[in-house]
Design a protein around this ligand. Sequence first.
Ligand code: PLP
Length: 386
Amino acid sequence: MTELAARCVHAGEMDDPQGSPHSPLYSSTTFKFPSTQAILDVVEGRTLAPLYTRYGLNPTILALEEKLAALENAEAAWAFCSGMAAEAALFVSHGRKGVICIGDAYGGTLELLKDQLPLLGIPGHFLLGHELDRLPQLLQQGAGLVFFETPTNPALEIFDIAAIAELAHRHGALVAVDNTFASPVNQQPLALGADFAVHSCTKYLGGHSDLTAGAIMASKELLAPIWGWRKNLGQMLAPETAALLARSIRTLPIRVQQQNANAQAVAEALSQHPRVSRVLYPGLDSFPGKALAARQMSGFGGMLSFEVAEGGVAASAVADRLRLFALAPSLGGVESLITQPCTTTHHGLSAEERARRGISDGMLRLSIGLEDPKDLIADLHQALAT
Ligand code: PLP
């Protein structure tokens, strides 16, 4: 097994007869067969071969999936048209006895678990970090799937993947970690005992804010029941997007390593600023989850949050004054972005609920890109100057 960087470049690349160094793009929706027997061999599962793109049986998508599996050292991976499509397929296929969602998950995930899945008879249970002592009780009641992000959005809370997996497995439940924030460069949930790694590939894996995709990495056995849902709910990504995503993954480690370094520099600079009351970044000594993060992550990531001491209005003004950072949701791209959670991702929650989750109105979340950190720090300083 090669190191991650080599896998990002080489895993899943086809041996192209024309000599292309990477897998060519097959945009075809269907594929020809030499005989009825050959088509039956694919339809009846004896051979894996290109057949129909919506099924994922397209050479460009199959090549991408080999690369996605290699990222998490998984036996296999399935690609989806978005991170939400991947999560929805996971919940409907493995969460029917109930999904326990730990911590502050992405807003769309919480909505799906709270508003849509109960209509299908799939119960969602929600535990914040300080309520983890209730996990054994919920597991005893029979919920079949534990799902969480680590680090979380936007407070960067860190959950112990190995400990949660051990507890869940003792109760016969499966564990899925949304590894979007960390990326496979910084964290390998399957190696720590999780059953599924889930990604919004729209973020670090795509890395350029120009594609929407999702993925689930797991064993072939656990992926098998998800296949029919993906096929018949029509959740496949376009081959053009698959080729673009594979292109981006080839540079994933070098991008993420630089984003880690840039974020560390920005976090340290913000910690020194008199108008900043708190910086949440797993690489800072002041961060409560630093020891656990250092144990289960190999890098601290490109995401950080900080609080402007004077509160929400002052924080909005800081965000509005930034020139290099774009005021936009999403994360993981080459360009640095800023959001104010109380006006975007967590706008739908009451002020009390935000407080319960440790999200103040003065909190700003940064997704650190590939600009020189000196320029990013200078931009933050000028925005904080008044
Ligand atoms: N998971 C996390 C952590 C996210 O931040 C997001 C989107 O922001 C999603 C999942 C959903 O991904 P997508 O927008 O690709 O559907």
